[in-house]
Design a protein around this ligand. Structure first.
Ligand SMILES: [Zn+2]
Ligand SMILES: [Zn+2]
Length: 212
């Protein structure tokens, strides 16, 4: 794994930057798809990880969460609005119905706006999922933004910063509001759920402004 900012690590994966997993301090953020269990555990070996937090409860962000929490004996945390999905092994689809997701796991802590996670403030940024959260460290303007915006199109591994496809978000309008909120922070470093880390606040704002 590679250090992106003080205490912020990006795990390697293949294809690179496609399904992103981070470590901030002693907290694992997101856990990819079920298949990512081995690559994550391998890279965490020898590190002191005390908790696992999600940006949101989608299959490509909590796919390996159950296995990793069990193996490491650590608690799972996620945004309050996504607790029901994570604990049921489901995801909230457009229209609000629950569709099958990865293996369920009990959530030990429901995260709320302003909570502290390893020196990052929790921001409620719903829309792409009901309980989507981002993690923000004002001191060096580092943002872990999950899927509020994508660094590129993860299906074709190309393209610029964009919003997630609306058929993946239960409330795309609300997600745009969340994106505007994040752009207004002018993050110096954006760590996306999908796509390369971005150190270009103007590019991030421009992509969000284009959404209208
Ligand atoms: Zn997602
Ligand atoms: Zn995703």
């Amino acid at each position: 794994m590679r250090e992106l900012a003080d205490g912020v690590w990006h795990l390697s994966g293949f294809p690179p930057n496609n399904i992103n997993v981070y470590v901030v301090g002693d907290v694992l953020i997101d856990a990819g798809i079920a298949f990512d269990r081995r690559r994550i555990l391998k890279q965490l070996a020898g590190r002191d990880i005390t908790a696992h937090a999600l940006t949101h409860a989608h299959f490509d962000h909590y796919g390996a969460s159950h296995a990793i929490c069990e193996t490491l004996g650590i608690p799972l945390w996620c945004g309050a609005g996504d607790v029901a999905a994570a604990e049921a092994g489901k995801m909230v689809a457009p229209g609000g119905r629950m569709v099958p997701g990865p293996r369920a796991h009990p959530v030990a802590r429901a995260l709320r706006e302003g909570d502290d996670v390893a020196g990052f403030a929790v921001l409620d940024v719903p829309g792409h999922s009901p309980g989507h959260v981002a993690y923000w460290r004002e001191a060096d303007r580092t943002l872990v933004c999950g899927d509020v915006m994508w660094g590129y199109n993860p299906f074709i591994l190309m393209g610029g910063v964009r919003e997630p496809f609306s058929f993946l978000s239960p409330d795309p309008g609300r997600n745009r509001e969340s994106a505007r909120r994040l752009a207004a922070l002018e993050p110096a470093l954006v760590c996306f759920g999908h796509g390369k880390p971005l150190r270009d606040p103007a590019a991030f704002s421009a992509a969000v402004a284009k959404l209208g």
